[in-house]
Design a protein around this ligand. Structure first.
Ligand SMILES: [Zn+2]
Length: 224
């Protein structure tokens, strides 16, 4: 197996609040020794479960990053037990460009999981989630919204799973999110989804669709 080139500037075992980056070396004509610096925040208070929260799996979906950057700015961690890892913009190059797919390699993050350690930027980020972040997680929330081409009523969702006990845990987590609507989904095509990767690893997974439609920020990030 190839080694993923991303390195974290935070220590996942350390208690407290840490703000840092996932550093992905990216040499270009504009920056010979450049890196893509993907923001990451961790709150850790002793032992306990780990929640992994992400937004901007699709770069034009801003409700998740708005909510998660806001949450990452909290000043307390002693009211939590366990660990919360926050990556507000999973597809950071797409988020910066305001596009659904990556402006660097043209790939849709949510169609290429589990990713590749040796490849272009998008599959390398996916591989880091698959190999490093997800193994640490017990609960996973990936916040989507409508982006430029869709407009949703605000809902949290989980998948219809064959394992009834696992499905019940996902439904409970979906309801804990507290969106006005809930959806139990059967995907048309599960190949390459982050959702599929998370669930294949046995994690409790919740996703959302919160508003959207051409940057018309409806305030639906308030549900996060
Ligand atoms: Zn999306």
């Amino acid at each position: 197996m190839s080694t993923n080139p991303i390195s974290a500037t935070i220590d996942f075992d350390k208690d407290g609040i840490q703000h840092g980056f996932l550093r992905l070396p990216h040499s270009t004509n504009e920056s010979a020794w450049g890196s893509i610096m993907i923001p990451i925040t961790q709150f850790k208070n002793g032992d306990g479960p780990t929640a992994l929260l992400s937004g901007a799996n699709h770069g034009d979906e801003y409700e998740g990053p708005i909510a998660l950057y806001s949450f990452a700015a909290r000043e307390r961690f002693d009211d939590l037990q366990g660990r919360v890892i926050i990556v507000p913009a999973m597809n950071y190059p797409a988020f910066c460009a305001g596009t659904r797919v990556s402006p660097i390699d043209g790939l849709n993050m949510n169609r290429i999981y589990p990713g590749q350690a040796k490849g272009t930027v998008t599959p390398v980020i996916a591989d880091y989630f698959s190999q490093t972040l997800l193994p640490m997680a017990d609960y996973v929330l990936d916040i989507h919204s409508g982006g430029k081409t869709l407009d949703f009523v605000p809902f949290a969702a989980c998948h219809v799973l064959e394992d009834k006990a696992k499905k019940a845990r996902c439904i409970a987590a979906m309801r804990a999110f507290g969106a006005p609507y809930e959806l139990k989904m059967v995907e048309i095509d599960t190949a390459g989804l982050y959702d599929t990767q998370v669930e294949s690893m046995g994690k409790v997974f919740v996703t959302t669709e919160l508003g959207g439609w051409r940057y018309k920020l409806t305030g639906d990030h308030r549900y996060c």
